[in-house]
Design a protein around this ligand. Structure first.
Ligand code: ATP
Ligand code: MG
Length: 256
């Protein structure tokens, strides 16, 4: 059975997609079979995996609405060596269109169940909102990975996310837990980064991943080549950190 994780934070631009794509590629390098689900109409994870979002015949949108099956819609990322359930802007309509459907929070869960046996990990890249799409991600997952920048406003909004996760846990998905907080875009030269990082460790203990992802320009350049940073420049500090994070996740799931 695959372990299913959402990469979520309703704050925009905190490194969700970079984390989802590079963790997928890092796990693939560790011989794990991975499906990356792009649950964001921006389609950044799709493009970052080297799949052209404007040439899709089927996407996660059709899967959620029951217009295509997941086996048909999934693609393979040649640059990342993992499968992708891709997304494009069509997905923005799904929020409204799903309102009429039965069991609307569990459409993604039901779809993933059909291919579960093909993977060790399913990673879901959530949009920057606590929306019906994110809810579908949370209902499908065993756990949540929360990327955070170590800056003054990082903790603001975290309680909204934690409360949403608690509600979903209570009402819709008793499996769901927070797997951990991942410190990303970390700049060790900034005193503030060090302070916030220490605060996170104090408050959240072993819910803070050991691996820290540094700010690294190669990670930011990679998507324009349709490649995960891990494949684009494997020797870079950013790539090395995501490979280490992959290894940490493989260890973590043993105790889940
Ligand atoms: P959104 O909320 O819009 O979906 P996001 O949370 O998915 O955003 P990303 O798209 O992963 O965030 O990252 C935001 C920007 O920061 C991107 O330009 C990305 O390339 C850059 N970035 C992410 N992580 C790093 C890093 N470790 N070092 C340098 N740049 C990074
Ligand atoms: Mg994103």
């Amino acid at each position: 059975m695959a372990k299913i994780f959402c990469v979520a934070n309703q704050k925009g631009g905190v490194g969700k997609t970079t984390t989802a794509v590079n963790l997928a590629a890092g796990l693939a390098q560790l011989d794990q079979r991975v499906l990356l689900v792009d649950l964001d109409p921006q389609g950044n994870a799709t493009m970052g995996a080297g799949i052209n979002k404007s040439e899709l015949t089927a996407s996660v949108y059709e899967v959620l609405l029951g217009l295509s099956d997941i086996q048909t819609a999934r693609k393979h990322s040649e640059t990342g060596k993992f499968d992708v359930l891709p997304a494009n802007r069509e997905l923005a309509g799904a929020e409204v269109e799903m309102v009429e459907l039965e069991n609307r929070e569990k459409r993604l869960k039901d779809a993933i169940a059909l291919v579960d046996a093909d993977y060790d990990f399913v990673l879901i890249d959530c949009p920057p909102a606590l929306s019906m799409l994110t809810l579908n991600g949370l209902c499908a997952a065993h756990g949540v990975i929360i990327p955070m920048q170590c800056e003054y406003y990082a903790l603001e909004g975290l309680s909204d996310l934690v409360n949403t996760i608690k509600k979903v846990h209570a009402k819709l998905n008793t499996d769901l837990k927070i797997i951990g907080l991942l410190r990303v875009m970390f700049d060790p030269r900034m005193t503030l980064s060090q302070q916030v990082s220490a605060q996170l460790e104090q408050h959240f203990g072993d819910k803070v991943f050991k691996t820290i992802i540094p700010r690294n320009v190669r990670l930011a350049e990679a998507p324009s080549y349709g490649m995960p940073g891990v494949s684009f420049d494997p020797a870079s500090k950013g790539a090395q950190a995501y490979i280490a994070f992959g290894a940490e996740m493989v260890q973590r799931i043993k105790s889940l």
